[in-house]
Design a protein around this ligand. Sequence first.
Ligand SMILES: Nc1ncnc2c1ncn2[C@@H]1O[C@H](COP(=O)(O)OP(=O)(O)OP(=O)(O)O)[C@@H](O)[C@H]1O
Length: 248
Amino acid sequence: MSGISVKDLYKTYKGSAEPTLKGLTFQFGKGKIAGLLGPNGAGKTTTISILCGIVRGDSGEVIIHDLKQQAAHREEIKHIIGIVPQQIALYPQLSAVENLTYFGNLYGFKGKPLQQKIMHYLELFGLEKSAHKEIHKYSGGMKRRANIIAAILHNPKLLVLDEPTAGVDVQSRSMILQFLRDYNSQGASILYTSHLLEEAQSLCEEVVIMDAGKMIVQGNPQTLIHQHPDCNNLEDVFLHFTGNALRD
Ligand SMILES: Nc1ncnc2c1ncn2[C@@H]1O[C@H](COP(=O)(O)OP(=O)(O)OP(=O)(O)O)[C@@H](O)[C@H]1O
């Protein structure tokens, strides 16, 4: 069964001469760790935003866990998906506990069960000592970890993360990747974007490489590497398909 299905998706932003997505098509199975890869400006964030219902596509079809992404299913899909955006989506003047209580309340969680859940995740993500510290006093890696907790309080079956490991230290990165593997092993699907191809190669069962708003190639990283004898790793495959030209 399909976890995510994107069919012939088009999107042109208001005021842009060029479409950002030009007939994008791909599929990821349920329960997979999947990677959406591509050079700067390929349209990864736009795609994720449409998947999550934050941005509207102009045409095409998006199906999330067997539900069409349309107004009638938006509430249901909101509960299925957890979104970790590229930018930290936390209130800087509030503590982690205050932020997470607010996000938990948005999903209808309250009182002691919510507080226990928040403390459980703060411990899991190594933030328990900073639970009551304001977010603006957190390091970059701590903010990223807290940002992930905000997206998982409602136990989403599909976790979508936009560059969750960009700009964090090795320790935070390793912790985040281990969490993604563990969360996936409990049955959740994961979709993430990254420019770190070595990381994507080891983490993802399936990747889509997109460029200029289109899917270029999809497959299991090891299979793609073996299919191209000139390629030793996923980065070689990526360059093979997207070329060396710099992007604006
Ligand atoms: N809100 C917007 N309004 C107008 N154009 C936009 C908007 N958001 C993105 N774009 C344009 O759409 C194109 C794709 O952007 P997007 O952020 O989806 O790509 P990306 O693959 O995530 O890139 P990166 O790797 O740099 O994060 C870019 O040319 C960008 O300038």
